[in-house]
Design a protein. Structure first.
Length: 130
């Protein structure tokens, strides 16, 4: 991801015929990067709620989604996630002030205990496939 002229990247090792084959069917496929690695894509300003931490391809819960990314929640489940980092992200419930139009970057709602405060960080995303 590119944020303020800083480029951060991470390698996801996943065997597949193509990136399309990983995402086109809409099925969730987990990754195991961990929340710290996902936050490193954004840098020191990244913010996520402490729970849920569902990450991967086609990550989807009630009010949040990431084509490739991680979702966070303040409750000890993944029902109403109000924070996310990734590519192809979106979602917002009526209580959250997250930006559904922020499709690449970091969103974290202030009223739901994100670990580094409210964030609305938009990024330029690059996906390189080998």
């Amino acid at each position: 991801m590119k944020i303020d002229q800083q480029i951060n990247f991470v390698v996801i090792s996943k065997n597949a015929d193509s990136l399309r084959s990983l995402i086109a069917d809409g099925q969730y496929r987990n990754t195991s990067l961990g929340r710290d690695t996902c936050k490193a894509l954004i840098g020191q300003n990244a913010s996520l709620q402490l729970n849920c931490n569902k990450e991967g391809f086609n990550t989807l819960v009630d009010f949040a989604k990431a084509r490739i990314g991680i979702l966070g929640n303040d409750d000890n489940d993944c029902r109403f996630c109000d924070s996310r980092i990734g590519f192809g992200t979106g979602g917002s419930d009526e209580d959250s002030n997250t930006d559904d139009s922020n499709t690449c970057g970091n969103e974290a709602a202030k009223d739901f205990n994100p670990d580094n405060g409210e964030k609305h960080i938009k990024a330029m995303g690059f996906i390189l496939v080998q």
